[in-house]
Write a protein of this length. Structure first.
Lengths: 200, 222
């Protein structure tokens, strides 16, 4: 599987964020998207997720399931956690498993992996920022998607959580997944670096 | 199918829990209707004559009350991103969200109508007629309102903008809803014609609303 972008331009609010960006990620590979604040890391991930439309250029996924679009084969872990405070931890996770569809595993198992099983019946409103992040990560584990688009994934995670997450993305890569992560801190795995928004 | 039933169950569950919109709509409906006799005075004949119109106006305002959160809540917490990316077409997700909103916020209004009819000196037959027209007409309010709710996400404004956008669109529903109720209560014009148009408006909304809302949401991606 190969995710590639050719001469991608991103324009937001009439301002050019980056232009003529080329990238390529293949199965089993992680790419860390780095750059200063406002350089367009989040915009790039949202472009790939189909949540923004590129002003020029194209982004394609080769070797995936033919009848599905790139967005339908990708997980997007953004700044916002997509959790409903009124629903419990396990209700939130079960909803995304049922709604997103495709190959899925037992939500309880994923909750145990991210060490949230003790809080399964707690409303998501009572979770701390780090626990919310862990619950979002549990969504990536429950529903299988080959492409992971991660925006500052280790934000709010404690040291143990970061170590756990590093092993989880290692597992995903070993299963032939591919990862693009916008990050300021090292992911804890070997990753190629893609620099956006160089003002040189 | 699993995806759609999961979405409908989630939205209804959120609406019924603490802080959800279902109960607020009914309470607002109750308040509007209870205030009317105080404003109009204790003229029973006048109240009975104005009753259907008051109930319709109350239901219209109450169904708008919680509608602005239909998409903004999902937009604010990032759920809308995942819904857009999912394998379910956005149009279907929009339609299902509107149906869930109607079940959680519209249906309770219709159930409350018989009780509120008592306050307006409407007899059983008249109340039943109003409830029936509300049952046929409130889906149209939800489906047209959904377009406004999607635009509110695109334009980053909720609340009042929605009311300004949607209220003019709901004029036909109001006209035919009240006309059908009046026809059933006092005659002599036929009940069938305005009632059929009311049903047609709801079906029309069911077809057009989800497409318009999905188009607006896609346009507003950021």
């Amino acid at each position: 599987m190969r995710l590639s972008g050719r001469e991608v331009d991103c324009v937001r609010g009439g301002r050019e964020v980056f232009s003529n960006l080329n990238f390529e990620v293949v199965s089993g590979e992680a790419v860390a998207v780095v750059g200063p604040n406002g350089s367009g890391k989040t915009s790039l991930l949202r472009l790939i997720a189909g949540l923004l439309v590129p002003a020029r250029g194209s982004i394609t996924l080769e070797g995936g399931e033919a009848e599905l679009t790139l967005a339908e084969q990708a997980h997007y872990l953004g700044h916002r956690d997509a959790l409903k405070p009124a629903l419990s931890v396990s209700e939130n996770l079960s909803f995304w498993r049922d709604f997103l569809g495709g190959a899925a595993s037992d939500p309880a198992e994923s909750l145990a992996t991210v060490e949230l099983d003790h809080a399964a019946h707690l409303p998501a409103a009572y979770l701390s920022a780090g626990q919310r992040r862990r619950l979002s990560i549990a969504r990536l584990l429950t529903v299988y998607r080959p492409v992971w688009l991660l925006d500052e994934p280790t934000n709010a995670l404690d040291t143990a959580g970061q170590k756990l997450f590093a092993s989880l993305i290692g597992d995903h890569l070993a299963r032939g997944g591919l990862i693009m992560a916008a990050t300021h801190t090292p992911l804890g795995i070997t990753a190629r670096t893609l620099r956006v928004g160089d003002v040189s | 199918m699993t995806a759609l039933s999961a979405l409908i169950r989630r939205d209804i569950r959120i609406a019924l829990r603490v802080g959800g919109g279902a109960l607020i709509g009914v309470l607002f409906f109750l308040t509007v209707v209870v205030l009317m006799p105080f404003a109009i005075g204790p003229d029973l004949a006048l109240l009975a004559r104005l009753g259907p119109a008051i109930l319709w106006l109350g239901a219209l305002l109450a169904s708008l009350l919680t509608l602005d959160r239909l998409f903004t809540a999902d937009h604010d917490d990032g759920s809308l991103d995942l819904i857009t990316m999912s394998r379910t077409p956005l149009e279907l997700s929009c339609a299902v969200k509107a149906v869930a909103h109607w079940l959680a916020a519209g249906l309770p209004l219709i159930i409350a109508t018989p009780i509120l009819g008592l306050l307006l000196n409407l007899d059983v037959g008249a109340t039943a007629a109003v409830a029936l027209t509300l049952l046929a007409g409130t889906p149209a309010l939800t489906f047209t309102g959904m377009i406004g709710a999607a635009l509110a996400v695109t334009l980053h404004r909720g609340g009042l903008l929605l009311a300004v956008l949607v209220l003019p669109l709901s004029i036909p529903v109001l006209i035919f809803g009240v006309a059908a109720s009046e026809a059933a209560i006092t005659g002599p014009s036929s009940f069938g014609a305005p009632f059929s148009i009311l049903c047609a408006l709801s079906l029309f909304g069911l077809v057009v609303g989800p497409y318009a809302a999905a188009a607006s949401l896609r346009q507003g991606l950021d």
